[in-house]
Design a protein around this ligand. Structure first.
Ligand code: ADP
Ligand code: S3P
Ligand code: MG
Length: 170
């Protein structure tokens, strides 16, 4: 994997977009950005606060404008949030402006990796497992729709997955 200018990571919560993105960026000698961190620094508040005060719709509006800008950054690996594919406009710019990698994780692994982490407001309800299941059913086809490459993340460490991507990609 050598000639990549813009790499976009998509996938469900807990797939490792943020973690693997940093390692992949280092391996590719590209910069790293995370749309959730950018939203937080622009807003001066964390994601949970934005959901509380502005609702999911408010968060999605912020996300759409950050994604529109950040998909134009050259020499960058961009980790997105798991819900980015819910808006057509996001799918369109991701698919057309760079190389999209879908980090796939099974539901069991999503559950394991997100358990006890209060930073994801969608999982702070009564039944986070059911939420992950419903979101995955809805979103998996959308991740696949825009992906140039799909990699399974279930049974290897972030470091190994990043190495595998560096070796595998066309
Ligand atoms: N391949 C992996 N194997 C084991 N744990 C992982 C793996 N990828 C990510 N994790 C862990 O899962 C949690 C969520 O990872 P994160 O990168 O925040 O995912 P995302 O940004 O896709 O929601 C973190 O604690 C991270 O260390
Ligand atoms: O799946 C989602 O809708 C969300 C995923 C989160 O990002 P990660 O996928 O990095 O956890 C974050 O954008 C927000 O909590 C909403
Ligand atoms: Mg993340």
């Amino acid at each position: 994997m050598s000639n990549y200018n813009r790499v976009f990571l998509v996938g469900p919560m807990g797939a490792g977009k943020t973690t693997i993105g940093k390692l992949l960026a280092r391996g590719l000698k590209l910069g790293f950005a995370d749309s959730d961190s950018e939203i937080e620094s622009r807003t001066g508040a964390d994601i949970a606060w934005i959901f509380d005060v502005e609702g999911e719709e408010g968060f999605r509006n912020r996300e759409e404008s950050v994604i529109d800008e950040m998909t134009l950054l050259d020499h960058t690996v961009l980790a997105t949030g798991g819900g980015v594919v819910m808006r057509n406009a996001n799918r369109r710019v991701l698919a057309s402006r760079g190389f999209v990698i879908y980090l796939h994780a099974t539901l069991d692994e999503q559950i394991r990796r997100t358990r006890g982490d209060r930073s994801r407001p969608l999982l702070n309800g009564k039944d986070p497992e059911a939420t992950l299941r419903e979101l995955f059913a809805l979103r998996d086809p959308l991740y696949r729709e825009i992906a140039d490459h799909v990699i399974d993340t279930d049974s290897s460490s972030p470091k190994v997955i990043a190495q595998r991507l560096l070796a595998q990609l066309p």
